[in-house]
Design a protein around this ligand. Structure first.
Ligand code: GFB
Length: 315
């Protein structure tokens, strides 16, 4: 491991927790974490105080206000403002207190709504965004640009990775706020235990999405920390996508449930397709290992073992 101490911001989230697991596996000597209660990343003063005391060698910025399509449309203020606050504070303090490397996590929704598929990194800022998550995307684009500005103006080794839709252990299973994959696992599970066959999915079922397991993402992020030094953004995807209707079938098969799909057309579809072109990362020598079917099974097993304390499960 190239770095002595690594601060993982957002270590309780889906991505941050997978990064910590991976760093532990790889023998990182000093993994720094702070809960939300211990350190409010929206406070510039508190963030500067933490960095002044601990001076991490490297920073993985996986802390963000995140959510699915409905949460994004319902809380545009929080998705824009909180993400700008968190990333401005962490990125500027990383520079001020001498972090040698920072890895910023963006999202595939930074790309135009109708970007040519699979989406290459060059598509950034070439056309309008998908309106349902524009505030989140604008915040993430600002984060990318801030990292690039530090690299250009001061030579900082601040890099930005653009993950596709991520899923896995530690996800949010709230039916209103979550992303589609955890929401559908929950809906199919509930149909199964209540012996109901009908499962309602939002929109038309035709949008296509690409899903990458959080452990694969964490593996890619460590690879980038060690091997990537360019301020140019880099995509991290699985390489294949499915329709939402196909996803519900895959989940039903993994859970052993017989279901009938009902479509709720009052809910939005969002962007029609979001498949990343990850050939830049693959050319560097990284590829994913966890298939969607295996990843869904593993996430469900984790879910069943983790009991009732799941974020959002009781809402
Ligand atoms: O994952 P998701 O909420 O967000 O929805 P995005 C993906 C697709 O699944 C949409 C459909 O077409 C939804 O209409 N869908 C069907 C459902 N049933 C459900 C359901 O029960 N719950 C949810 N949530 N969706 C997000 C952005 O976009 O992608 C974020 O909002 C972020 O900002 C994330 O970038 C990666 O894939 O459309």
């Amino acid at each position: 491991m190239k770095f002595r101490s690594i601060y993982v911001a957002g270590h309780r989230g889906l991505v941050g927790s997978a990064v910590v697991r991976n760093l532990q596996k790889n023998g990182c000597p000093d993994i720094l974490v702070r809960t939300h209660r211990e350190l409010d990343l929206r406070s510039r003063e508190d963030v500067r105080k933490f960095f002044a005391e601990r001076r991490p060698d490297a920073v993985v910025l996986a802390a963000a206000k995140v959510g699915g399509i409905l949460a994004n449309s319902t809380f545009p203020v929080e998705f824009l403002l909180e993400n700008l606050q968190i990333q401005n504070n962490v990125i500027s303090a990383s520079f001020e207190f001498g972090a040698k490397k920072l890895l910023f996590l963006g999202s595939s929704c930074i790309y135009p709504k109708l970007a040519p598929q699979p989406i290459r990194e060059e598509s950034l800022l070439t056309a309008p965004l998908e309106p349902s998550n524009e505030p989140y995307a604008i915040a993430k684009i600002a984060g990318i640009k801030l990292c690039q500005a530090y690299a250009r103006q001061y030579g900082a080794d601040f890099i930005s990775a653009m993950p596709t839709n991520i899923y896995g252990p530690g996800d949010n299973f709230d039916l209103e706020e979550s992303h589609v994959l955890p929401a559908l696992i929950r809906k199919v599970h509930e149909a199964k235990v209540k012996s109901r066959s009908q499962v309602t999915i939002w929109g038309t079922g035709t949008p296509r999405r690409e899903f990458l397991h959080a452990d694969d993402l964490a593996d890619a992020l460590l690879f980038l920390l060690e091997n990537y030094e360019s301020p140019e953004i880099i995509n991290v995807g699985y390489g294949e996508d499915v329709t939402i209707s196909e996803l519900v079938e895959i989940i039903a098969e993994a859970l052993g449930a017989e279901i009938e799909t009902v479509f709720d057309s009052s809910k939005p579809d969002g962007t029609p397709r979001k498949l990343l072109d990850s050939s830049r990362l693959q050319a560097l020598g990284w590829k994913p290992r966890i298939s969607l079917r295996d990843g869904v099974r593993q996430t469900y097993t984790w879910l069943m073992q983790s009991g009732a304390e799941l974020k959002g499960w009781n809402n």
